[in-house]
Design a protein around this ligand. Structure first.
Ligand SMILES: C[S@@+](CC[C@H](N)C(=O)[O-])C[C@H]1O[C@@H](n2cnc3c(N)ncnc32)[C@H](O)[C@@H]1O
Length: 393
């Protein structure tokens, strides 16, 4: 099965893919290992959920007592409001309930609440979930769902990826604890990166090997590229997906095991570093470190590292000081218009060299894009996070 990223789904505005129970369980357990009381006595809201499909409601309801929850609230989005609609038939769970309403089932969202033992079983679990139709369609931006947000302690979900930034702003404006799934590429953006720098958001424990598999609804399979959807498991695979959170977990405090600069130059497994060393950017006061495992343990200056470093970021080991994006404003120079020469030798006037870290080169690279400005040659790196090591006291 081939890999892809979430951008295709985001472009197509297809938000209908569903998180697996085992991924939710593994992630939540990582927080409990760090602090068994993470969810104790808390109200948890699961917005943008869909208990007919979603495993979030199931997981939190089944583990209500183990987590020590005070209250669980989950809301679903009306089928008529969804951009991608699978063939819709209300479930027996809905049609068998006395509150089932044919006029509402397609156009209203639903709210599910769990906070006490309703059936006298002696425990609070999935069978005690109460539900009703919302007044509106369950849009997280509605006043109705905003009120639920304001009353909650922790927001947990896999939100619509096409609205991810808006969803994050919705959490931030209410200043809530959260655990949500998103696209790793979002972290480069003007809205999200400042939250990382100020320590208001970090990546969670993560999916196994960084690969996330989601279940899709029957009618939406065809919207995925060939090879992404696996018919035997009914799963789609996304590679650049992660959990974002402001809840503490243990992995975040495990420092990376790194070699000194001189040992890297001697022994690094990366040919860009071994016997070559670290290059200084032409337009940032930092050195280029193209792999997180090649970060030198003893360098005191600023280093540009891949965005995927954030998944390994330990705040006691490093400080995040910036990003090589124009909007961040850390560049030390601005290039005049450049000539871009692509892999086929096609030349074009551009200004894009300013949006990233730049390395000066002696010879044009074979098979990749480079730039010429004022008789000098340059290449641009992928976006880099700028970090500095924290000195041990
Ligand atoms: C990626 S799916 C995840 C569903 C579920 N949370 C899970 O992980 O299994 C996102 C869900 O959000 C719903 N959605 C889309 N736009 C929404 C909005 N404005 N408000 C609330 N839910 C929305 C989609 O219909 C979809 O069911």
């Amino acid at each position: 099965m081939a890999n892809t990223d979430l951008n295709a789904a985001k472009k197509a505005k297809n938000d209908e893919f569903y998180t697996q129970y085992s991924d939710i369980q593994k992630e939540v357990n990582a927080y409990l290992e760090f602090d068994p009381d993470t969810f104790r006595d808390k109200t948890v809201l699961l917005p943008c959920d869909d208990p007919e499909w979603s495993k979030f409601t199931r997981f939190f309801a089944e583990n209500f007592e183990r987590l020590g929850l005070r209250k669980l609230v989950s809301t679903s989005y009306a089928v008529e409001s969804k951009k991608f609609r699978a063939p819709y038939l209300p479930t027996l769970f809905e049609t068998d309930a006395p509150q089932f309403d044919e006029a509402k089932t397609r156009v209203k969202g639903k709210i599910f609440v769990l906070d006490h033992d309703t059936n006298g079983s002696g425990r609070i679990d999935l069978d005690d979930l109460q539900w009703k139709y919302l007044d509106g369609d369950g849009d997280f931006r509605s006043d109705e769902v905003k009120r639920l947000r304001d009353e909650t302690d922790i927001i947990v979900t896999n939100p619509p990826f096409s609205l991810f930034r808006e969803f994050l702003a919705w959490i931030m404006e209410a200043d809530k604890k959260f655990l949500v799934i998103g696209n790793m590429n979002t972290i480069n953006t003007k809205d999200v990166f400042p939250l990382v720098v100020s320590g208001k958001l970090w990546t969670g424990n993560g999916f196994t090997n960084g690969n996330a598999y989601f279940q899709v609804a029957d009618g939406t399979k065809t919207s995925y590229a060939d090879g992404v959807y696996d018919s035997t498991t009914n799963l789609v695979k996304f590679r650049n997906c992660c959990w974002y959170t402001n809840l503490e977990h243990g992995r975040r405090h495990q420092p990376l095991q790194l070699m000194s600069m001189s040992d890297n130059i001697r022994y690094s497994r990366h040919r860009e570093i071994r016997d070559v060393g670290y290059r200084h950017y032409d337009n940032y006061d930092a050195i280029e470190v193209p792999y997180s495992d090649a970060i030198p343990s003893d360098y005191d200056g600023v280093m540009g590292v891949p965005v995927t470093f954030l998944d390994k970021f330990c705040p006691e080991q490093f400080e995040i000081v910036g990003i090589t994006k124009t909007w961040f404003g850390a560049a030390t120079k601005v290039y005049p218009e450049q000539v871009q020469i692509d892999a086929n030798g096609v030349r074009k006037s551009v200004t894009k060299l300013n949006d990233g870290a730049v390395l000066k080169i002696d010879e044009p690279p074979k098979g990749s894009t480079w730039y010429e400005v004022g008789g000098e040659r340059f290449i641009q790196t992928y976006p880099r996070i700028l970090i500095r090591r924290r000195k041990t006291p």
